[in-house]
Design a protein around this ligand. Structure first.
Ligand code: GAP
Length: 512
């Protein structure tokens, strides 16, 4: 995947042109950082969600799902710390009048140092060939050591200043590092200020009786406040998990990266309730488990890395991000957090209700500790889409645009194409659709030459095309064309369902 602006622009325009994503209310010039999923986008999104739900809920006997409301009692957000601490440090550039997240400016600077070190390593690997020892090189080459040490120093200082709420030092760091507005090069910065990300609104008819509520900024709190209800009604025993997918809202300051950072987005979260003292063991287990889930999609091991947090969120005692190599570089895709008993204890204090669990094996009550896995569905969508979009040059020198989506996630699994619109071929095509449509999404296309129809399906990521021709009428065989290899097999109509079914089965992907 090309790691550049060009690839990113292609992804954005492909998403629109082929009916994956449109800007929200576009006829009114859109709403910043809000997007609508179109006819193909919604299918891809549903498939990603289902792939996650199957892996997390269906395949775990001790994990159940819920669907909590978006609006919650406002004290929830006081207890969770979001009213007081869900802030981003923002900084404005006085010349360009653009607003940035101060921590993101610094992180981007640190990432550049890391990339410089990587470049040196790649060069050295080429120079030394087989005998290259990367670990030794990283610790002995003065340039690489320098870049990595500086990266660490910058991130650690930022973490310390943010932790201590020392926003003056955050600004000082930006100035010392001579960080400029990436678009204009200006270094004329305002002071750094905190900005709360929650969207507030009102419940109730009149100004006097209305109550301030918030659109939830994470789905997790809906799980915490329901944990004891689920534990009791489901007779769950620790360790157990509660999973949920749903909308979350954040008034993001910087929202310029398409669906990477949205104001309305969807999360897929799971809270795993464990015995106090066992949380770090489970944290490691879930780190491993979640990385495995990502790997199962075959999008390239080299495109993932863990980034352990220097600065913990207010609720965590260990935290890491699974970062993905987006077209604009490695960025957070999923967070895994050991949230301690922070949330449950806080809800106990604010509600006055006991949220303790009686552990029959230990014969004691305690407030469980929680390990959370939290992934943005839209971010996962972007990862999949940007990783799959390829401009391919074929052997005959022609080119094609193909979306090499993991077939398990593809919006449409198969397109049925009658070679011509007559001689009974469309009827047989319809017969095939009627067989397949119960198990998968099927498209029908009879317009243009079949080569052009293949190209249209390639651009939509459809893994299979079935062509119905005159031979089909004679012997009930069809051509089955594979998207990536473009190989064509002659198979019987009766076999098609099983062949495609095997390639798109979640089981085969998750256990490969
Ligand atoms: N409950 C923990 C939590 O919300 P987070 O790291 O703030 O943690 C989890 O968010 C995930 O949600 C992120 O890894 C990211 O994939 C996604 N996410 C967060 N903010 C987002 C936004 N503004 N737009 C799209 N996805 C977002």
């Amino acid at each position: 995947m090309a790691n550049n602006d060009d690839q990113f622009k292609k992804v954005v325009s492909h998403a629109k042109e082929y009916g994956f994503i449109f800007g929200s209310s576009e006829i009114y010039d859109g709403l910043s950082a809000v997007y609508d999923y179109a006819q193909n986008g919604v299918l891809l999104k549903n498939n990603i969600r289902n792939y996650w739900w199957t892996a997390m809920v269906q395949l775990h006997q001790n994990i159940v799902g819920i669907d909590a409301a978006i609006l919650m009692h406002p004290t929830t957000w006081k207890a969770s710390g979001h009213v007081d601490a869900f802030n981003d440090p923002l900084i404005d550039n006085k010349d360009s009048k653009k607003r940035f997240r101060a921590d993101v400016l610094i992180e981007d600077y640190a990432e550049k140092l890391y990339q410089k070190a990587q470049k040196e390593i790649v060069k050295a690997r080429k120079r030394f060939g087989e005998s290259f020892d990367e670990e030794q090189y990283k610790t002995t080459n003065p340039r690489v050591v320098g870049y990595l040490a500086k990266q660490k120093e910058v991130l650690e200082r930022m973490a310390r200043s943010l932790e201590a709420e020392d926003l003056e030092d955050v600004k000082a760091l930006i100035e010392e590092l001579e960080i400029a507005d990436p678009d204009t090069g200006s270094k004329n910065w305002t002071d750094v200020r905190q900005f709360n990300l929650m969207f507030g609104t009102q419940i109730g008819a009149s100004a006097d009786s209305s109550t301030q509520v918030y659109l939830r900024p994470e789905t997790a709190q809906g799980i915490f406040v329901n944990y004891l209800n689920v534990q009791k009604s489901g007779r769950m025993r620790i360790p157990f998990g509660i999973a949920q997918t749903g909308k979350a809202f954040r008034n993001e300051i910087v929202a310029r990266q398409f669906i990477f950072r949205m104001r309305e987005f969807e999360q897929m979260e799971m809270q795993f309730f464990v015995r106090p003292g066992e949380e770090l063991k489970w944290y490691e287990t879930w780190k491993e488990n979640r990385l495995k889930w990502h790997m199962s999609l075959g999008m390239g091991e080299e495109n993932y890395r863990f980034h352990d947090h220097e600065k913990m969120a207010h609720y965590a005692n260990a935290a890491t991000d699974i970062e993905f190599n987006f077209p604009f570089g490695f960025k957070e895709l999923e967070g895994i957090h050991s949230r301690t008993d922070f949330d449950l204890k806080a809800h106990e204090e604010h509600s006055g209700k006991k949220l303790q669990y009686f552990d029959p094996e230990l014969g004691e009550n305690y407030t469980p500790y929680v390990v959370e896995t939290s992934i943005g569905l839209d971010r996962m969508f972007l990862a999949v889409l940007s990783n799959s979009l390829v401009n391919e040059t074929l052997e005959d020198g022609s080119t094609r645009v193909v979306l090499k989506l993991p077939s398990v996630l593809a919006p449409t699994k198969v397109a049925v194409l009658p070679l011509v619109k007559k001689d009974g071929l469309p009827d047989v095509a319809q017969e095939i659709i009627d067989i397949l449509k119960w198990d998968m999404t099927v498209a029908y296309d009879e317009k243009d030459a079949v080569g052009r129809r293949y190209r249209r399906q390639d651009a939509l990521g459809t893994p299979f095309c079935i062509t119905v021709d005159h031979q089909t009428i004679e012997d009930r065989t069809v051509t089955l064309r594979h998207r990536d290899s473009m190989k064509q097999d002659r198979v019987s109509i009766d076999e098609v369902s099983a062949i495609i079914g095997k390639e798109i089965a979640i089981k085969n992907w998750l256990t490969a």
